[in-house]
Design a binder for this molecule. Structure first.
Ligand code: FAD
Length: 494
C-alpha cells in the first residue's frame, strides 16, 4: 500500500480520495463503524442525526470544497443551499443573508448606518474577499520554505501585500480602531460567529481568520440531501469506486517505522504502507506513534494548545413536522445574554433537516440538532450520577432556549438524546472529548499552526488540529495541501 491514512473523518477521507484519484493506492483506517468523525451521523428510530457538522461550507463549484469534489471526479453536492440563517440576539433579530446585497443592507439596519460601522464592514469585506480567494487557490500555511512564499504571493496577489499588516491583529483590535468596542449587539453577534468558526473570542480571534469565519455563510452553506449520512454515502461510495479501501472498526494503536516504510497496528491486524497520513488530533498522534520523530516535534505544540481546547453538547430531537413549522429558515443561531460567557446554551445553533428529506427523518417528521460549546473541565471528574444530571439539565436547558424560535419544540419528541464531550470521546476518540481543534489566537494560528509536514519524509498531518483549523472547509483545504505535498514528495523520492 502506498499511503495509509489514520482516521476517516473529513480530513482523512478527503486526503485519501485525492490521492486515490491521482493513482496512488490508499487505505483509510477508521476506528468507528463508519466514516465521518465529527462530521458524521448516527441513526435511531428512523432518524439520521448529524453528530457535529450539519452544513458543508464552500462546497459550491469553484469553492474550496467544490475544488475537492472536482479534483476527485465527484458531481457537485445536492442538498438544501441555505439562503442564510437567523441570529436571535437578546434584543433583536438579524437575518444573516447569504446574498451580499441583502446582507449589506441588513447589517447597517441592525447595527447602525454610520462611518464607524461602514469602516469596520469595509475592512472585513476586503480581508474576506482577498483571503477567500487565496483559500480557493490553495494558500499554504505555515510558510516553511521559499517556494511557499512565492506560491502565497501569487495566490494572494502582490497588490494585496499591504494586508499582511493585519497578520498580528485581532477582531477586537479592529473594532476598537473603528470606535465600536462598546457596541454590545455587534460584539454579541461577532462572538457567536467567531466561537463557531475559529473557536475564539472577539478579543483573541486573529483578524484575517475571523473575517473568514464571520463571512463563512457568504461562501455558501449546504445541508446535504440526507444530512451527513447522505454526504458520506456518496463520498465513501466514490472512494471505493476508485479502488480506495476503507477499513472500519480498525482503531490504530501503534505506528512504527519499518524497512519498507511504516508498520501500522490496528484492531484488525497490521498494515504496511510507504507513507502515513495522521488524520487524527495531534495528541492522538503523540499517543500512537511514540517512536516517530513527529511525536517529539509535536510536543511543544500539544503543550501550547492544551489550554485552547473546548467541547460541545448536542441535543438530538426527532419531532413531528408541526413542531418546526412556520419559519422560513431551517438554521438559527441564538444568544441569550450579552453579559454571560458563551457556551452551555448561552449561545447555540439550531439545525433542522429539510422538508422532504426522508433519509434524515421519517415522513411527517424532522431531525433537529441543537449544539453549544462547553468547557471540558466542567465534564471531567464527574461520577455517573453527576454526569447524568448535568447531561439532563443541559439537554433540557437547550430545548427550553430553542422555544424562542420553535415554541412547541420537543413536546411530542420521538427521539430526545444528548451528546456530550464523553460521547465524542467514545465515538470519535477525540482526546478528552475536545472537538474543533484549538481555539485560534495569534499565538497558535497561521504561521504558528501545526505544519502538515512536521513529521518529515513519509509522515503527514492533517485535520482540525493543524492549519487552518476547524470546519469542513478547513479540512478540504488541508487535504489539498497534504495531497499536493505527498505527490511532490513522491515525484522527488519515489
Ligand atoms: C457540534 C459541532 C458542530 C459543527 N458544525 C460544523 C458545521 O456546521 N460546518 C462545518 O464546516 N464544521 C462544523 N464543525 C466542525 C467539523 O465537524 C470538524 O472540524 C471536522 O469534522 C473535523 O474533521 P477531522 O477529520 O479533522 O477530525 P475528526 O472528525 O475527529 O476525524 C478523525 C477520525 O479519526 C478516527 N480516529 C480517531 N482515533 C483513531 C485511531 N486511533 N485509529 C483510527 N481512527 C481513529 C475518528 O473516529 C474520526 O472518524 C462542527 C463540529 C462540532 C463538534
Amino acid at each position: 500500500m502506498e499511503v495509509a491514512i489514520v482516521g476517516g473523518g473529513l480530513a482523512g477521507m478527503a486526503t485519501a480520495l485525492r490521492l486515490q484519484a491521482a493513482g496512488l493506492s490508499t487505505v483509510v483506517l477508521e476506528s468507528h463503524g463508519h466514516a465521518g468523525g465529527c462530521a458524521g451521523y448516527w441513526r435511531h428510530k428512523g432518524f439520521s442525526f448529524d453528530v457535529g457538522a450539519t452544513t458543508l461550507v464552500d462546497f459550491e463549484p469553484g469553492g474550496v470544497g467544490g475544488e475537492l469534489l472536482d479534483a476527485v471526479g465527484m458531481a457537485p453536492v445536492t442538498g438544501e443551499r441555505l439562503p442564510g440563517y437567523e441570529a436571535w440576539l437578546p434584543d433583536r433579530r438579524v437575518t444573516l443573508h447569504k446574498a451580499t446585497r441583502l446582507w449589506h443592507a441588513e447589517r447597517l439596519r441592525s447595527f447602525g448606518d454610520d462611518d464607524a460601522h461602514r469602516k469596520f464592514w469595509r475592512l472585513l469585506d476586503e480581508l474576506s474577499a482577498v483571503f477567500w480567494r487565496a483559500s480557493r487557490n490553495g494558500i499554504r500555511m505555515p510558510v516553511r520554505r521559499p517556494a511557499d512564499v512565492f506560491h502565497d504571493l501569487r495566490v494572494v496577489g502582490l497588490r494585496h501585500l499591504p494586508l499582511a499588516r493585519h497578520l498580528a491583529d485581532t477582531v477586537g483590535g479592529a473594532l476598537r480602531r473603528c470606535g465600536l468596542q462598546g457596541d454590545r449587539a455587534l460584539r454579541g453577534l461577532l462572538s457567536m460567529l467567531l466561537e463557531d468558526t475559529v473557536h475564539s473570542t472577539v478579543d483573541r480571534a486573529p483578524l484575517i481568520n475571523g473575517a473568514l469565519g464571520i463571512t463563512m455563510r457568504g461562501a455558501g452553506l449546504v445541508r446535504h440531501d440526507g444530512g451527513m449520512h447522505g454526504f458520506w454515502r456518496t463520498l465513501v461510495g466514490h472512494y471505493r469506486g476508485l479502488g480506495g479501501k476503507l477499513r472500519t472498526a480498525a482503531a490504530v494503536s501503534r505506528v512504527d517505522e519499518s524497512q519498507c516504510g511504516y508498520r501500522i497496528t490496528t484492531r484488525r491486524g497490521v498494515v504496511s504502507a510507504r507513507r502515513v497520513v495522521f488524520a487524527v488530533p495531534a495528541p492522538t498522534v503523540a499517543r500512537i506513534a511514540p517512536t516517530l520523530p513527529v511525536t517529539r516535534r509535536l510536543r511543544r505544540y500539544v503543550e501550547r494548545d492544551r489550554e485552547y481546547g473546548g467541547g460541545a453538547i448536542v441535543v438530538f430531537l426527532g419531532v413531528p413536522e408541526s413542531e418546526v413549522a412556520g419559519r422560513s429558515f431551517t438554521h438559527h443561531q441564538l444568544l441569550q445574554c450579552y453579559d454571560t460567557r458563551l457556551g452551555d446554551g448561552n449561545n447555540m445553533f439550531i439545525s433542522v433537516s429539510a422538508a422532504g428529506d426522508t433519509v434524515s427523518a421519517p415522513a411527517g417528521h424532522r431531525a433537529v440538532m441543537i449544539s453549544t460549546h462547553t468547557a471540558l473541565r466542567d465534564w471531567s471528574g464527574l461520577d455517573d450520577e453527576q454526569y447524568a444530571q448535568r447531561k439532563k439539565e443541559l439537554g433540557e436547558r437547550l430545548v427550553s432556549y430553542a422555544h424562542r424560535v420553535y415554541p412547541a419544540l420537543g413536546d411530542r419528541a420521538v427521539v430526545f438524546d444528548v451528546g456530550t464531550p464523553r460521547t465524542y470521546e467514545r465515538f470519535t476518540l477525540r482526546p478528552g472529548g475536545g472537538v474543533g481543534g484549538a481555539h485560534l489566537t495569534n499565538r497558535n494560528a497561521n504561521q504558528f499552526a501545526i505544519p502538515h509536514d512536521l513529521g518529515g519524509r513519509g509522515v503527514w498531518l492533517v485535520g482540525d488540529t493543524t492549519w487552518p483549523g476547524l470546519g469542513t472547509v478547513a479540512c478540504a483545504l488541508a487535504s489539498r495541501l497534504v495531497a499536493e505535498g505527498i505527490l511532490r514528495e513522491r515525484g522527488r523520492h519515489g
